[in-house]
Design a protein around this ligand. Structure first.
Ligand code: SF4
Length: 353
């Protein structure tokens, strides 16, 4: 797609003012390669972030409480068929105690993440959610995969506030290639159910997946805009040697930052994490994402004895660091970008409307 300098200025101005870009314009921006042009795109996203959500960066406390998974996503290191994973489930009491400890550090949101582990039934999840809410003043985000409407409802009624369920890719054919045992329609059903139940809903995708085109990535941006997603997690594809996609090249930092920028432009006041994955492909990846539109970080508070076994991709950042060190490190990283640290639960501004 050829666009004149004048056209580029017009597109960036539209990105700044309304974010209402066409698919073609999104493809154009994702295809930028000239360093100065890319810089202008990232700066535009940063200006949208500043205008729509301000300077606060929210810290979410991530607890990966089970690496058991019934699924076989082609890119994931803890997929069911990987025999080399040492599997664990944290006891319910330990999950609640860990959450209480994290909240005592001043963190206002706990993110409970696991593989798709049927042992953690809706009843057990309710026990965990209620246990945390009884002992700590915080919001709870769940990231536990696909469930029925009734299960989502039960967990919402128990006090869960948000749910992260990455859409992974908005392109049906690509989704089916990557998820041999999952259904694209079922994924959409889950996202719609979560929305209808009043959760703050997080979608998201990987960048640089095998077979993924720049047009596919543009579909992801349109998808999160149409969903009016409260949160959007975007990270690079990182090949794991224990998976069918282990030989494919990783996604790049440059393309990931452009996607974060487009997600900011499209969602306006969404919550966008600077993901651990982007920090894993570049030592300053998270800081760069914060300067390209992100406003959330999710340091890992999983107890060290479990953390090493939650290896969804290799060389995952912060897998061996003590949680206390992570806390200080993350605060320093945020402050180094000239931003402030958000306090309280940091709810979605879309949801508060
Ligand atoms: S991506 Fe999630 S659902 Fe898929 S195999 Fe990994 S943990 Fe399981």
């Amino acid at each position: 797609m050829r666009i004149s300098d004048c056209g580029f200025n017009e597109i960036l101005n539209k990105a700044l003012v309304t974010g209402d870009l066409s698919r073609e314009e999104i493809v154009f921006l994702l295809s930028l390669e000239d360093e100065a042009d890319v810089k202008r795109l990232l700066e535009t996203a940063d200006a949208v972030r500043q205008a729509c959500v301000g300077d606060d960066v929210y810290i979410r406390g991530l607890i990966e409480f089970s690496n058991m998974c019934a699924r076989n996503c082609s890119y994931c290191g803890i997929r069911a068929d990987n025999p080399d994973v040492h599997r664990y489930r944290m006891p319910i009491d330990e999950i609640i105690e860990t959450a209480e400890h994290v909240v005592s550090k001043g963190i206002g949101t706990i993110v409970l993440q696991s593989g798709e582990d049927p042992w953690f039934t809706a009843d057990r999840m309710r026990e965990i959610i209620r246990g945390i809410k009884a002992r700590a003043d915080c919001a709870i985000t769940l990231s536990i995969g696909e469930r029925t409407y009734d299960e989502y409802k039960a967990m919402k009624e128990a006090g869960a506030d948000r749910f992260l369920l990455r859409h992974e890719t908005a392109v049906r054919s690509l989704y089916e290639k990557l998820h041999p045992d999952c259904s694209f329609d079922e994924r959409q059903r889950c996202l719609n159910d979560l929305k209808s139940l009043g959760y703050q809903v997080g979608a998201g995708c990987m960048v640089g997946l095998p077979w993924q085109t720049v047009e596919d990535m543009a579909e992801d941006i349109v998808f999160v805009r149409d969903l009016n997603a409260d949160m959007v997690g975007i990270g690079p594809f990182i090949p794991h040697p224990g998976t069918p996609l282990g030989d494919h090249p990783a996604g790049t930092l440059a393309q990931t930052l452009k996607m974060v920028a487009l997600a900011r432009i499209a969602t306006r006041n969404g919550l966008l994490p600077a993901t651990t994955a982007v920090g894993s492909i570049d030592p300053f990846g998270r800081e760069k994402a914060l300067k390209a539109g992100a406003n959330v970080v999710m340091p890992n508070y999983t107890p060290l004895k479990y953390r090493v076994d939650y290896e969804i991709y290799p060389d995952k950042k912060c897998i061996n660091e003590d949680p206390e060190q992570c806390h200080g490190c993350m605060q320093a990283r945020i402050l180094s970008t000239g931003r402030t640290i958000g306090t309280g639960p940091g709810h979605s501004l879309k949801h508060l409307r």
